[in-house]
Ligand binder design. Structure first.
Ligand SMILES: [Zn+2]
Ligand SMILES: [Zn+2]
Length: 114
């Protein structure tokens, strides 16, 4: 990609969704903004912060922050794309539960997914 939507040198913002961690929320899966490193929660999560970040910031490309996944998604084409290796870590800590974070997930979480 020739634009600035993917910056391989920018590290992730942290180990969990920025907004969920600030607001006692929880997530199913995590996504990483390929431009600024913002970690947000996926569209199945209650708050969908990754998509909210893309819309609010104009950063159009995310990638998975899940272990073993290396896909990118471009909101402009609404399609999966390929991308380069990004600054580590490439996924959340392996001891972080799914859904996460530990201690914040309600017992009826499955009924709360989007
Ligand atoms: Zn979130
Ligand atoms: Zn961003």
């Amino acid at each position: 990609m020739s634009d600035t939507s993917v910056r391989p040198d920018v590290p992730p913002s942290g180990t969990g969704c920025v907004e969920c961690l600030a607001n006692d929320g929880w997530w199913l899966h995590l996504r990483r903004c390929a431009e600024c490193g913002h970690i947000g929660c996926c569209d199945n999560s209650p708050s969908q912060h990754a998509t909210a970040h893309a819309r609010g910031s104009g950063h159009p490309v995310i990638c998975s922050f899940e272990p073993g996944e290396d896909w990118f998604f471009d909101y402009r084409s609404n399609d999966f794309v390929s991308g380069p290796a990004l600054a580590p870590p490439e996924h959340h800590p392996l001891d972080q539960p799914t859904p996460g974070p530990a201690g914040r997930v309600p017992a009826n979480w499955e009924s709360l997914l989007n």
